[in-house]
Design a protein around this ligand. Structure first.
Ligand code: SAH
Ligand code: SF4
Ligand code: F3S
Length: 431
């Protein structure tokens, strides 16, 4: 008889893919079916994120509620980044948790389920050549890891402590995965890593020299692949070769994530980001000039402990000059195990005011950007059925576009004329 699995995924795209790996591993030995009902599940998993404080608090309230609603005999497992950094403290705070599995130990899920109080949080465990099973939540788009871990030492960030050192996955394994996914119908390939454009610096085996630009070209040579996306590239590694391949390769989608973090060279130095305001602006503006249709998104942290009003003004200045199509912005959140953990915080009211100023100005810029899309025609790859007979997909430059339509649009690329542009979604019709 099949077993039921409930899995909740927090955090980034890496975690989403890890959840797919977990499901695939479990399905290798047992006939698991996914369920949305806790009370129905034989196995309840939460795949956690540690990047800010809030999701960690959420973890304990969530597992408490799982325990209350689960059926007798069902197991609860805590996986992912918070599992890596809290380890057996999770058992102490929530004794009803059955196992704890770190972000870099996903391949051990079957052992974890079958071993009482199993814990594995080794951040140097090497899964770079492990052959995970096959499970994909979308038939239209496939996420594929190209590296694990992160070698950077950004002072605010816990990720190197939860995912360990950076190791690139051998290119032949990546290409095999891409071919398999594309032959199964996924026309869009989404490459994942914490610093994708640092690919190839370290492998576990003796791999030929290869950088991210070379890898992109090899992937684009696979006939069935129509679109390639990736996240996250690091601004420091955006050399000319990378920008040229990005701009000139017709299969690479023209959207670039450029995590700024701060516009102030001083704060960037304090954060150990490795680039200056000028370098970031040079790269972003060169990209805009080489590729006018590009969409640029970013991550910004406001109120890093050493951020003065002047430093924040530098961040606003970069916002004005680059006019990002999308920003993900957060107040600095002190994280354990990081160099910035114990710095004196900026007053929360000041931090909130800076965050609002940034987000409000971005909204104004975005209104101007989206308004210009009315009347434009985009190639949209449809991937998602929405309520009330609508179907949504992404333009090549990553705008979310919605039209009236049905299933038969899914997995196809169609021309769409935009009639009405909103901040989050452009509404259009097939042409
Ligand atoms: N490797 C990716 C980032 C992964 S974390 C990169 O370098 O772009 C995703 C984002 O969370 C970061 O870009 C940063 O903006 C944010 N973040 C990380 N640590 C944070 C902290 N301590 N407080 C607030 N935001 C943080
Ligand atoms: Fe964190 Fe910096 Fe690594 Fe990104 S590059 S995961 S922000 S340490
Ligand atoms: Fe991702 Fe959160 Fe871990 S952002 S890398 S799941 S800490």
């Amino acid at each position: 008889m099949s077993k039921r699995l409930f899995i909740q995924t927090l955090g980034c795209a890496m975690n989403v893919r890890d959840s797919e790996h977990i499901i695939a591993e479990l399905k290798k030995t047992d006939d698991y079916e996914l369920t949305d009902e806790i009370s129905d599940a034989d196995l309840i998993l939460i795949n956690t994120c540690s990047v800010r404080e809030k999701p960690v608090h959420k973890l304990f309230s969530e597992v408490g509620s799982f325990f209350k609603h689960k059926k007798s005999g069902a197991k609860i497992g805590v996986c992912g980044c918070t599992a890596s950094h809290l380890g057996d403290e999770i058992f102490k705070r929530a004794p009803y948790v059955d196992f704890v599995l770190g972000a870099r130990n996903v391949s051990k899920i079957t052992t974890a389920v079958n071993t009482p109080k199993f814990i594995s949080t080794d951040i140097n465990f090497d899964e770079s050549e492990y052959a995970f099973g096959e499970f994909r939540s979308s038939p239209y788009k496939s996420h594929i890891n190209i590296m694990i871990g992160c070698d950077k030492k950004c002072t605010y960030c816990i990720v190197p402590q939860t995912r360990g050192d950076e190791i690139s996955i051998p290119s032949e394994l990546i290409l095999k995965e891409v071919e398999k996914a594309a032959k199964n119908g996924a026309k869009e390939i989404f490459l994942l890593g914490q610093n994708v454009n640092n690919y190839g610096k370290r492998f576990s085996n003796s791999h030929e020299k290869m950088d991210f630009s070379d890898l992109l070209v090899k992937i684009s040579d696979i006939k069935e692949v129509e679109r390639i996306r990736f996240t996250s590239p690091h601004p420091l590694h955006m050399d000319d070769k990378f920008l040229e391949v990005f701009v000139n390769n017709p299969k690479i989608c023209k959207s670039m994530h450029m995590p700024l973090q701060s516009g102030s060279t001083k704060v960037l130095r304090d954060m150990k980001r490795g680039y200056t305001k000028e370098w970031f602006l040079d790269r972003a503006l060169k990209l805009r000039q080489m590729c006018p249709q590009v969409n640029i998104s970013t991550d910004i942290i406001v109120a890093y402990p050493s951020e003065s009003e002047e430093d924040f003004a530098d961040t606003m200045d970069v916002l004005e000059k680059v006019r990002f199509e999308q920003i993900f912005s957060f107040k600095f959140s002190p994280r354990p195990l990081t160099p910035a953990a114990n710095l004196t915080l900026i007053d929360d009211e000041v931090a909130s005011a800076r965050l609002s100023a940034l987000q409000n100005r971005h909204s104004e810029i975005l209104d101007e950007i989206v308004l210009k899309q009315e009347g434009e025609i985009f190639d949209v790859y449809f991937e998602e059925l929405r309520a009330n007979g609508a179907v949504a997909g992404r333009s090549f430059s990553n705008f979310l576009v919605q039209v009236n339509g049905s299933e038969e649009l899914l997995g196809t690329t169609r021309k769409v004329k935009i009639n009405e542009a909103k901040r989050m979604v452009l509404y259009g019709q097939l042409v």
